[in-house]
Design a protein around this ligand. Structure first.
Ligand SMILES: *Cc1c(COP(=O)(O)O)cnc(C)c1O
Length: 468
C-alpha cells in the first residue's frame, strides 16, 4: 500500500458520520433504518475497494459520491426482485415471463379475498370440512364434458400423480414419436420412472400404429398413453393412432387410456381462426379415461394442473398421498375459479381471457396498435427511425408447435447504439421492457402488448436514449 492509499483509507467516512447527513435522515423516513445502514456500509466498502485497486490515482474521497452510491444501493434493495415487465416479444405464453397474464376477474378475486381468510376447505352450508378442489370441480367438468375433475400445482405434477396413482409398478405403452422433453428436467421417460412405471416404447419416431400398442400388451400393462408433442412437430411420412382408436383398444383389454394434453385448449381452435390444436373436450369425447393439462397455457389462468376424466379414476388419483404434496394454494384456486367462469362460452372466454384475446387479435387490430406506438415514438424521438412491419411470432408454452402466428411489429434501429445494448437497457429500465432482436433492430410486437403499455415503452426508450 502506498502512503497516499493509507491516507485515503483513513479519510473514508464512517457509517455514523453519514447517518447525520440531512439527505440520509430523509432516507430513514422512507426506508427501514437497517436497509439504510446496509446501503451506507456497502457504499463505503465499495469505495475502500476502489482505493485499494487504484487509490494512488484518486485525489481524495468524495463523500457526495459515496452517498450517491449508497442511494443507488438503497433503491435497488427496495425494488422487488419479482416485478411486472412489459412483454414485447410477441410470445403470448412466455414461460420466462410467467406464462398467462391473469384476467381482470382473477385479479379482482385475489384483491378481494387473498388479504383475509377464505373458505378453502370449509363447506359454508354444512359447516363441515370441505374439499379444496370442490370450488372448481363443476366448472371444469362443464367446460370439458368430463364426469369428474381435480386440480394440482402444475401439469408436471398432474402427470406424475396420474401415473403414480394408476400405473405404479406396471407397464405404460407410449409411442416413440411422443417421448418429448418439455424443458428443464421434464422428460417423459424420466417422469415415467419417477412415477414408478415401466415405459414400454412402441412404433418409430415418425410412424406408430394402433397394432404397435396392441402388440406390446403383457400381463403387467396398465395403460396406453398419448403425450401431446408440445414443442416440436413431425412432418412428412407420419402416422399416429387417433384417440378414439387408442381408447377403444385400451378398453377392449381392460386398460386405461391416458392423455397428457399439455397446453390444454378448451375450444376447437379452428373455430377461433387459429391453427388446429388438440383440445380437452375432444379427448374426453374420444373416450380417454384421464386427461391432464396446464392451467396457465391456453386456459390463460394461474399455474395449475387440471386432471379430468372418469369419476372412479379421478377418485383413485385424489386418494394417492402425492395429491397432498401437489395440492394447490388458495391464491391459485381464487384465480382459477374466476378464470374458469369465463369459459361458459367461447365469446366470454375470447374477450375476457388475455391469452385468448391476444391469440385471436386480428391483423387490423395489431396494425392499428403498432401504428399508434410508432407515431408516439416518432413524435417523441424525431431523430430515431421507427417502422411498422408484418412479422411472425409463436404462441409459446408448448402450444401450436411450429405454427408461426402472423403479427405486426414496430422496428427500431437505434442510432449510435447497438440493438443488443438497447435491449439490455430496456430490460434494466423501469418497468423492464422485453423485446426481440433481429437484423440489428429492436422489435416491439403488438401481439403480446396492449395499448396501456405504450406510455411506459415510450418513457423507457426516451430515458435510455437520453443517457447514452
Ligand atoms: C407443458 C407440458 C407439461 C408440463 O406442464 P406444466 O404445467 O408446465 O408443469 C407436461 N406435458 C405436456 C405435454 C406439456 O405440454
Amino acid at each position: 500500500m502506498t502512503p497516499e492509499q493509507t491516507e485515503l483509507l483513513r479519510s473514508l467516512p464512517a457509517v455514523g458520520e453519514l447517518l447525520s447527513h440531512g439527505e440520509v435522515a430523509a432516507w430513514c423516513e422512507a426506508h427501514p433504518r437497517s436497509l439504510v445502514v446496509d446501503a451506507l456500509r456497502g457504499a463505503i466498502d465499495e469505495t475502500r475497494a476502489k482505493v485499494l485497486a487504484n487509490g494512488s490515482a484518486m485525489p481524495s474521497v468524495d463523500v457526495a459520491a459515496v452517498l450517491e452510491m449508497a442511494r443507488r444501493r438503497l433503491t435497488d434493495a427496495s425494488k422487488p426482485s419479482l416485478r411486472r415487465v412489459i412483454n414485447a416479444t410477441g410470445i403470448v405464453i412466455h414461460t420466462g415471463l410467467g406464462r398467462a397474464p391473469l384476467c381482470a376477474a382473477a385479479v379482482a378475486a385475489l384483491a378481494e379475498a387473498a388479504g383475509g381468510y377464505c373458505n378453502v376447505e370449509l363447506d359454508l352450508e354444512t359447516g363441515q370440512r370441505g374439499k379444496r378442489t370442490s370450488h372448481v370441480r363443476e366448472l371444469i367438468c362443464r367446460m370439458t364434458g368430463a364426469e369428474a375433475a381435480t386440480v394440482v400445482n402444475n401439469n408436471a405434477a398432474a402427470t406424475v400423480l396420474t401415473l403414480a396413482a394408476l400405473c405404479a409398478d406396471r407397464e405404460v405403452v407410449v409411442s416413440r414419436g411422443q417421448l418429448v422433453e418439455i424443458g428443464g428436467s421434464f422428460r417423459m421417460p424420466d417422469i415415467m420412472a419417477t412415477a414408478g412405471c415401466r415405459l414400454r416404447e412402441v412404433g418409430t419416431t415418425n410412424r406408430t400404429r394402433i397394432a404397435d400398442f396392441e402388440g406390446a400388451v403383457t400381463e403387467s400393462t396398465a395403460a396406453f398413453v398419448r403425450v401431446h408433442h408440445s414443442n416440436f412437430k413431425i412432418v412428412g411420412f407420419t402416422e399416429e393412432p387417433t384417440l378414439e382408436e387408442l381408447a377403444e383398444a385400451a378398453h377392449r383389454r381392460g386398460l386405461l387410456a391416458i392423455d397428457d394434453l399439455g397446453s390444454g385448449a378448451i375450444f376447437d381452435h379452428a373455430a377461433l381462426g387459429l391453427p388446429a390444436e388438440p383440445n380437452a373436450p375432444a379427448s374426453i369425447a374420444a373416450g380417454m379415461d384421464v386427461v391432464c393439462f396446464s392451467g396457465d397455457k391456453l386456459l390463460g389462468g394461474p399455474q395449475a394442473g387440471l386432471i379430468v376424466g372418469r369419476a372412479d379414476v379421478i377418485s383413485r388419483i385424489e386418494s394417492h398421498p402425492l395429491m397432498r404434496a401437489f395440492r394447490v394454494d388458495k391464491l391459485v384456486l381464487l384465480a382459477l375459479e374466476a378464470t374458469l367462469r369465463l369459459f361458459v362460452d367461447m365469446e366470454t372466454a375470447t374477450t375476457g381471457v388475455p391469452v385468448l384475446r391476444m391469440l385471436t387479435a386480428s391483423m387490423d387490430e395489431l396494425r392499428d396498435r403498432a401504428e399508434r406506438l410508432r407515431d408516439a415514438l416518432a413524435t417523441a424521438l424525431p431523430g430515431e427511425a421507427f417502422e411498422v412491419a408484418e412479422d411472425e411470432t409463436f404462441t409459446g408454452g408448448g402450444a401450436l408447435p411450429g405454427q408461426a402466428l402472423e403479427t405486426v411489429v414496430v422496428r427500431w434501429k437505434p442510432s449510435g447504439m447497438g440493438a443488443g445494448e438497447a435491449a439490455r437497457r430496456l430490460r434494466n429500465s423501469d418497468p423492464a421492457v422485453i423485446c426481440r432482436i433481429g437484423d440489428e433492430a429492436i422489435t416491439f410486437d403488438a401481439r403480446s402488448t396492449v395499448a396501456e403499455n405504450h406510455e411506459a415503452i415510450l418513457r423507457c426508450i426516451v430515458e435510455i436514449t437520453c443517457d447514452r
